[in-house]
Design a protein around this ligand. Structure first.
Ligand SMILES: [Zn+2]
Ligand SMILES: [Zn+2]
Length: 180
C-alpha cells in the first residue's frame, strides 16, 4: 500500500466522479502525526489487515494495521488536501531491528479505503448526506465490493506497533467507533 497506489486510486476515482465545486484534491504523506494538526482538519482512522516482511525475511500478518487520513478543504481556493500516515510495525523476531515496516495489501483494498475516505470528505467538507445527495452515491460501496478481511490470528503486539506508540491504535479506534 504505497503512497503511489493511494494516489492512483484517488486520481481514478476523482476522474470518474469529481468532488463538488471543481475542487482539486491532492494526497501527501503525513510525517508528524502529533505536530501536523491545524484547525479545520478532519481525521479518519482506518483499521485493516496487512502483510509484513522484515529485511531478514520474516513474515507476519496483522489485523491491527492502522492508517490515518487527515484532510482539509480550502473553499476559497478550490483546493483540498489529504495527508496519510501508514503506521508500521517492527519485526518481533529481529530483536535489534528498530525499523517500522509498512504493511502490504491488495490494490482492491487500497481502492476500497480510498472510496471510504472520499465518502467521509463529502460528508465533512461538503455536508453531503447519503440518500439525500446524489453526489454521495458513487462512493457508497456495495457489500460485494468490500475486500474480505479475516481478523483474528495472533494477539496484537503493542510494543512493535507504531500506531500504538503514537496512540492511534486500538484504544483510539474503539473510542472513534463507539456506538452512541
Ligand atoms: Zn525479522
Ligand atoms: Zn497497535
Amino acid at each position: 500500500m504505497s503512497l503511489r497506489a493511494f494516489r492512483s486510486a484517488l486520481g481514478l476515482s476523482l476522474y470518474d466522479n469529481p468532488l463538488p465545486n471543481g475542487d482539486r484534491w491532492i494526497m501527501q504523506r503525513l510525517t508528524n502525526v502529533v505536530h501536523e494538526y491545524y484547525e479545520g482538519w478532519f481525521d479518519v482512522l482506518y483499521r485493516m489487515q496487512a502483510r509484513y516482511r522484515c529485511k531478514s525475511g520474516h513474515d507476519w500478518t496483522s489485523s491491527w494495521t492502522m492508517i490515518l487520513f487527515r484532510f482539509y478543504r480550502n473553499e476559497k481556493k478550490h483546493f483540498g488536501l489529504i495527508r496519510l500516515k501508514r503506521f508500521g510495525q517492527r519485526c518481533a523476531k529481529c530483536k535489534d531491528d528498530r525499523e517500522y515496516y509498512t504493511g502490504s495489501c491488495t490494490y482492491e483494498e487500497v481502492w476500497y479505503i480510498t472510496q471510504c475516505v472520499l465518502f467521509h470528505i463529502l460528508q465533512k467538507c461538503y455536508e453531503k448526506r447519503p440518500i439525500r445527495d446524489l453526489d454521495v452515491l458513487p462512493y457508497i460501496i456495495g457489500i460485494q465490493n468490500v475486500p474480505s478481511n479475516k481478523p483474528g490470528g495472533m494477539a496484537h503486539q503493542k510494543e512493535y506497533c507504531e500506531a500504538c506508540a503514537a496512540n492511534y491504535c486500538k484504544e483510539m479506534f474503539k473510542e472513534l467507533n463507539k456506538k452512541h
